[in-house]
Ligand binder design. Structure first.
Ligand SMILES: C[S@@+](CC[C@H](N)C(=O)[O-])C[C@H]1O[C@@H](n2cnc3c(N)ncnc32)[C@H](O)[C@@H]1O
Length: 274
């Protein structure tokens, strides 16, 4: 019997990509990965819960978004939208947005399971179908921000849809992680990459078409892109690895988490109207 041909390994590189290339790669990647992402992480994230990161920090405990009752809240890169369903239960008027139809299919399945239905919109966070000054809060846990080529443009787009005084809270991979291999074990403890190499990490097929993109920004870059868009940076939370937490999520693990941060959560605000 002949073995089926093994698909070729994607070629990895660090190079700049256009917004269009990034959008196409992300949409295809997250559509194809949606089932396995939810199978692997769905139980940890829950159907109705806002978990900020693999360290397990929960909005119910830290209240980074403050009191959302009666306010308009947008989640970008929502995936299965568990966070939006939880905020719906807190009395917020929520909308959840994602680029990927595959991820939004899981949001509908989770809505049916939980009985909590929130509006779901398929769109690119770089060009959102909302009027200016619409939302009181925009948030995301690892959605959209790491996967767009031009995160400066994303900051401006979030600023546009927020009302004056509104909050922008987003969790991303901690910038320091980019100096290490993407490995949860001992091999992930040794610095091998330059922290200052901002070229996106790209996986591409044999024709050179990107199939996955993830972009690195240094800590200073993140501060500058927020302030350049007009935001005031209020806080940066670097969640610590909790004692007894043994769950490995990709490159996040107890071995690494006990030594250095894996997540950075930026809390920013659009200035109030004068
Ligand atoms: C790592 S998943 C996080 C999903 C969810 N926030 C969670 O905590 O499970 C990244 C999500 O960002 C979405 N995404 C990537 N690029 C996007 C873009 N340009 N606009 C909107 N969503 C995007 C993906 O489709 C995916 O659902």
């Amino acid at each position: 019997m002949t073995e089926p041909p093994t698909p070729p390994e994607p070629v990895v590189s660090r190079r700049t990509v256009s917004d269009a290339e990034g959008r196409a790669a992300s949409r295809r990647w997250w559509d194809e990965d949606a089932d396995s992402y939810q199978a692997e992480h769905g139980a940890f994230l829950g159907d109705v819960d806002l978990v900020w990161c693999p360290e397990g920090l929960r909005e119910a405990d830290v209240r980074l978004l403050g009191d959302v009752k009666g306010t308009r809240v947008l989640e970008i890169g929502c995936g299965a939208a568990a966070g939006s369903r939880w905020l719906d239960g807190q009395g917020a008027d929520v909308t959840a947005l994602d680029l990927s139809a595959g991820m939004l299919r899981h949001a509908r399945l989770a809505a049916d399971r939980s009985g909590v239905h929130v509006p779901l919109i398929q769109a690119d966070a770089l060009a959102m179908p909302f009027r200016a000054d619409t939302f009181d809060t925009v948030h995301t846990a690892f959605g959209a921000v790491p996967f767009v080529a031009d995160s400066e443009a994303l900051m401006r787009e979030v600023f546009r849809v927020l009302r004056p005084g509104g909050a922008w809270v987003f969790a991303v991979t901690h910038p320091i992680r980019w100096i290490f291999l993407d490995d949860p074990g001992e091999a992930g403890l040794t610095a091998v990459h330059s922290y200052f190499d901002r070229r996106p990490y790209i996986e591409q097929d044999s024709a050179g078409v990107p199939s996955y993109i993830e972009a690195h920004r240094t800590f200073g870059d993140r501060v500058r892109e927020l302030t350049a868009a007009g935001f005031i940076l209020c806080d940066v939370v670097e969640p610590e690895w909790p004692p007894g937490h043994e769950e490995v999520w990709g490159q996040w693990s107890p071995i690494r988490g006990r030594l250095f941060p894996g997540t950075a959560i930026f809390v920013a605000r659009r200035p109030a109207a004068p």
